[in-house]
Each structure stands twice: as structure tokens, then as C-alpha cells.
Design a protein around this ligand. Structure first.
Ligand code: PBG
Length: 331
């Protein structure tokens, strides 16, 4: 009888499967997002209804929670701020004592090199209208202005670096922002601070729960004039190339699960570290189905994340990071 392929030989038991396993989740792959609330109060942990298990944290609570996570092996986190006040020019984003600036300084002071603090650089959490840039006046009202926004983003990035952020991660999708940010950092002595750009960010409905979490839903209109159109793949490569040309050190693809083809294509064409962001909606869908008893939560979490690694991501920004570490599910 002719020999045929017997794939089952290498699936016979768990040790054998482990021996031939191609991809794995490591603690150092994980980046945990935190929502930091600007408040005079202490001890605040405000549950985010659409993201069970996630909270808006006051500074002291963030400090506690991140220390616990670092103790379990967390190596990196990304910070989102919820300011006490919002205005049309997002002044809270670049205030010296802005909430992300305070949080970054506090975490760096406590952890030094042991915990990488990434600052999400965007204006939408800080603008009264909820857009990621400034708005045109008069009849062009509603138009998100590109070039005037660049100066504010550069200012935000610089103040985050001054506060101690290790990595600047612009997520606004204005054209030319990586160059503007790089220039501002370099001109002020932060030439060693890397930019991890959300180069490929789609206008996704999967961000829904995040907008509750970060209180950043646009008051009118949507983000489709600056975030990418979901049917497009070639454009992703154009965006990735542009950001690398402007000086990005690493790239982010976002969301992750519905865009694994994009993760793979960017991985194959761009010789830099690639992160994928398993966004709020991806998290919430798993949590909701699990709460209904419809799926095995642990297994689905692991499968969703290893799929992102297999697609080629080096790092995964995801809300399950602490869960994985707590349950020793990442090596
Ligand atoms: C800010 C930003 C968003 C997310 C990360 N940074 C929201 C948006 O663009 O509306 C989404 C993250 C998530 O859904 O988990 N621009």
C-alpha cells in the first residue's frame, strides 16, 4: 500500500503537539490597554458596561492594577485618558498635567524599564465634538481639518514624551502626522522615543464599546473621512509605506480579527515590528457569548489571539492581557 500523509502522527498527544507547535503566545507579546480617569477622587473603578471586566480607573487604581499586572509578567501597556473637561481644541490632550501625562509619569516612576508605557496619541477623547482633529468653522462645519490638527498632535506627543512615555502611538489617522510628531520629538531631545503608528486603522463598528469606555463618540457624523474603508486592502499597504517613510518605527493594524489578511500582508511587506489591536468590540463579543454560556471563554480567547499571531503580528494590544497572565496562559 502506498504511504499517504498521516497528519495524525504529530497530533497524538499534548507533548507531541507542543513539540511541533508553530506559534505561541508569550507574556512579552501582550499590551494591556488602560482607561485613566481624571478625577479629584481616589479609589474609583467605574465599570464599563459594554466591556465586562474593564474599568475606568482613577490614577491610584491604575497604579495598583498595573503593579499587580507587572507582578504577573505584564511588560507593556497603552494608556487612554478620560479628561475632566473637553474643549474644541482638545487642550487636555497636551496639558502638562493632563491625565495621560500624569499616569505615564507615575507608572514610569514606579516601574522604570520594567514596564513599557505607550501613550495613545489622539484628540478624540479630549475634543468636545469627539472627532480626532479640529473642525472647520462656518459652512464647512463638520469637516475635520488635517493640517491644523498636526500641530496639536505633535504637541500632544511631545508632552507625553516629556512625561516619560516610552512609545508614542498616534491613532488619529490624519495624513502626515508621523512626520510632524517625529520632527517635534527630535527637535526637543526625544530622538530616542519610538513612534508606533496606527498606520492601518479602519473605520470599524468594532470600536463601539471603546467609545463608551473612553467617552469619545463623535457628537455628529462619523470617522469615515479619515479612518480607512473596510473593503480596501491595497490602501493598507499605501498607509503602511507612508508611515514608514515618515519615520514610524513600528506599525499597528486595527482591528485585528476581521483584518487578519491585512496583518499578514503588512507583515510580509514591512520589515518592522507589527502590532495588531484586538479591539473593544472583539473583546465584548467574546465576553457576551461566554456570559450566555454559548462558547468556552478561555478557549475562544486563546484561539482568537493565536490566530492574530499566526497571521504575523509580533505584539497584540488586547483587553485579555491581564486575564492571560493571571491564568498563566501566556509563556
Ligand atoms: C482613538 C482610538 C480608538 C480606539 C483606539 N484609539 C477609537 C476610535 O478610533 O474611535 C479603539 C480601540 C478599541 O475599540 O478597543 N482614536
Amino acid at each position: 500500500m502506498t504511504a499517504f500523509f498521516r497528519g495524525r502522527r504529530l497530533r497524538s498527544g499534548s507533548a507531541m503537539r507542543e513539540l511541533v507547535r508553530e506559534n505561541s503566545l508569550r507574556a512579552s507579546d501582550l499590551i494591556m490597554p488602560y482607561f485613566v480617569l481624571e478625577s479629584a477622587g481616589r479609589g474609583i473603578r467605574k465599570p464599563i458596561d459594554s466591556m465586562p471586566g474593564q474599568f475606568q480607573l482613577s490614577l491610584d487604581e491604575l497604579d495598583e492594577q498595573a503593579a499587580k499586572a507587572a507582578g504577573m509578567g505584564l511588560k507593556a501597556c497603552i494608556l487612554f485618558g478620560i479628561p475632566a473637561r473637553k474643549d474644541p481644541l482638545a487642550s487636555g490632550a497636551y496639558a502638562k498635567d493632563g491625565i495621560v501625562q500624569q499616569a505615564a509619569a507615575r507608572l514610569k516612576k514606579r516601574h522604570g524599564d520594567k514596564l513599557i508605557v505607550i501613550a495613545d496619541t489622539c484628540l478624540c477623547e479630549y475634543t468636545s465634538h469627539g472627532h480626532c482633529g479640529t473642525l472647520a468653522p462656518g459652512d464647512r462645519q463638520g469637516l475635520v481639518l488635517n493640517d491644523p490638527t498636526l500641530a496639536l498632535l505633535a504637541r500632544t506627543a511631545l508632552s507625553q514624551a516629556e512625561a516619560g512615555a516610552d512609545i508614542i502611538a498616534p491613532s488619529d489617522m490624519m495624513d502626515g502626522r508621523v512626520a510632524a510628531i517625529r520632527q517635534a520629538l527630535d527637535a526637543n531631545g526625544f530622538d530616542q522615543v519610538p513612534v508606533m503608528s496606527y498606520a492601518v486603522k479602519y473605520a470599524s463598528a468594532f470600536y463601539g464599546p471603546f467609545r463608551e469606555a473612553a467617552e469619545s463618540a463623535p457628537q455628529s457624523g462619523d470617522r469615515r473621512s479619515y479612518q480607512m474603508d473596510p473593503p480596501n486592502a491595497r490602501e493598507a499597504l499605501r498607509e503602511a509605506r507612508a508611515d514608514l517613510d515618515e519615520g514610524a518605527d513600528m506599525l499597528i493594524v486595527k482591528p485585528a480579527g476581521p483584518y487578519l489578511d491585512i496583518v499578514r500582508q503588512v507583515r510580509d511587506r514591512c520589515p518592522v515590528p507589527i502590532a495588531a489591536y484586538q479591539v473593544s468590540g472583539e473583546y465584548s463579543m467574546i465576553k457576551a457569548a461566554a456570559q450566555n454560556g454559548w462558547i468556552n471563554e478561555r478557549e475562544v480567547i486563546l484561539e482568537s489571539l493565536i490566530g492574530i499571531k499566526r497571521a504575523g503580528a509580533d505584539m497584540i494590544i488586547n483587553y485579555f492581557s491581564e486575564y492571560l497572565l493571571e491564568n498563566k496562559l501566556a509563556g
